[in-house]
Design a protein around this ligand. Sequence first.
Ligand code: SAM
Ligand code: DTB
Ligand code: SF4
Length: 320
Amino acid sequence: MTQQAEMRHDWKTDEVVEMLESPLMELLYKAQGIHREHHEDNTVQLASLLSIKTGACPEDCKYCPQSAHYAKKTGLKKESLMDVDAVLEKAKIAKEAGASRFCMGAAWKQVREGEDFDKVIEMVEGVTAMDMEACVTLGMLNQEQADRLAKAGLKAYNHNLDTSPEFYKEIITTRTYQDRLDTIDCVRKSGVTVCSGGIIGMGETITDRARMLEILANMAVHPESVPINALVPVKGTPMGERERVDPLELVRMVATARIMMPKARVRLSAGREMLNREAQILCMMGGANSIFYGEKLLTTANNDTNEDQEMIKDAGLKVA
Ligand code: SAM
Ligand code: DTB
Ligand code: SF4
């Protein structure tokens, strides 16, 4: 049977748990086999991130430094939406540094029609005109808004499930899991590609991790990109004192995502700065083929770009 025939949408929690817990070498071997079959180009995509609107978010996501609920303790300065020209200037710099995707994040609960959304549309058009893939993450949206973004040339919309539906309630109370699924549905219907993944290291169980992957992989169409974040504990957030997750847990999560969603770009996302290059390369062996590239994620530090370029070269990978 070819791997192609193994493209599945009927994963059961138990088998995913079993896979996450399987002997590491077996897991890596299987993931690498599937990876090679579907991604023989041996590339890694460099996605640059920019926070176009920082802080003062009304949601209460316990991991997030941008939530207004923890602003007094995090001391994060809130900023209004950046000007279109300033964003495009940053996109140009990212392109010159080697990024092929430019992701813009806004600390919004949801998209609202008006001047700010008009500006985001202009940003998407501008980035697309620069021959880069434009991606945005703006919170919830409806079908008309997704369609408008699609028309502007948007390549991908990032909206994470973050964790399992069961653990979700411990993390976020201001929007439901179903809200997230509905937003993803609108994105899918608009023709924009779906970027959806989650975070490990928030105190979830292996079953929670499995459930998240199960729901992503059982969607009628797999997300085209799957960001796997390791919690970056930010002081002042309810998760600020959590211990960093074991890098090997990240390797396991990436490898399992790769096996379940063979064609997706699995992105080694937040938390990469705590990994040495060997751990990052293990993630790539397990099927990670995209990273966030640039000095900053949204509000926290990211890896040094020269070191990233060197790591990619030493691993014999090509930039997509
Ligand atoms: N406000 C929008 C939303 O939540 O839909 C978009 C921006 S939000 C910062 C995007 C994603 O970043 C979250 O869904 C979460 O997975 C990730 N994230 C935020 N803070 C994080 C942290 N401290 N560590 C790891 N991942 C984080
Ligand atoms: C995603 O899954 N991770 C990125 C992106 N999508 C928008 C965000 C990571 C944020 C990490 C914390 C910060 O820098 O504020
Ligand atoms: Fe707001 Fe997004 Fe942060 Fe949640 S993750 S508080 S929605 S910016």
